[in-house]
Ligand binder design. Sequence first.
Ligand code: NAP
Length: 296
Amino acid sequence: MTLRIVVTGKYGQLTQSLQRLGRCDTQVVAVGRPELNLENPSSVRSVIEDARPDVIVSAAAYTAVDQAEENPELALAINVEGAAAVAKTALGLGVPIVHISTDYVFSGEKTLPYVETDVCDPISIYGSSKFQGEQLVAKITDNHVILRTSWIYSPFGSNFVKTMVRLAETNDVVRVVDDQYGCPSSANDIANAIVSIAAKLSAEKNSDLRGIFHLSGNNSATWADFAEVIFDCTRKLGVKSASVDRITTKDYPTLAKRPANSRLSNEKLHSVYGVYMPDWQKSIMIAVRAILHDKI
Ligand SMILES: NC(=O)c1ccc[n+]([C@@H]2O[C@H](COP(=O)([O-])OP(=O)(O)OC[C@H]3O[C@@H](n4cnc5c(N)ncnc54)[C@H](OP(=O)(O)O)[C@@H]3O)[C@@H](O)[C@H]2O)c1
């Protein structure tokens, strides 16, 4: 039987990656603006109901980390009240929800990778809004997976890989922060993992499958390490590349604070679901090639 996944947000990185998996056992239906607008929670239920989900993936969010500092009300409305409306719909329909959250729920003070039971202590409005969203979703329905991921890249939308590829076209040296550690995650790898999770959730009532899970690319990096690997890819593909000037967070002020360490441990996901994420270094060439497809 085909599993019908309804995902919120029409043009997000994760949505587009889910839609392009092209699996014959899964149908992915994207719902979003203008019909479903998380700023208007009353628009959510009927649109999702009409899409007849077996599982709902709640991916849409206010994701502009710096802009959230200047628009806290909007970030909170979308990431908390909007997320709650999606969770209430899942409860009403009696279907599981996979709610996508972030590594930015953590402060970054831990030196080891974060596990699911670690205390959340966000240091930005975005992180705080996503944390409040998680808590409300979990309160509304037990039939949930809260999936925290990190540093998403893909050929779609805006992300670090696309920015580096663009900067390499016009710069020989790019300054990149080298004292924030995280796990780059391919949206395509996350999408594959979500399908495995959704299939199990839909088939089994087991409470072990529910709760918070971390899911990110295997291995960690600083943004500068990440950029080096991207530039290796552009070099191998024969287009203009760049080298990295490693700088500190202090040298690159941003509106929102970022955690110094937001590495996530995937161990729980691996042991409960048997899902194993590829090394991020192995997945990156696929994304860089797709970003550059008309130039190589
Ligand atoms: N990007 C990252 O590095 C990262 C890291 C950790 C966690 N996450 C989480 O992962 C999830 C997916 O991220 P992503 O990178 O795929 O996001 P994205 O590319 O930034 O896309 C955001 C999506 O949210 C939708 N959206 C925003 N405001 C909306 C509203 N008011 N009503 C309905 N839809 C709205 C957008 O709609 P349109 O299609 O209309 O533009 C878009 O589809 C998010 O929950 C995010 O918090 C992301």
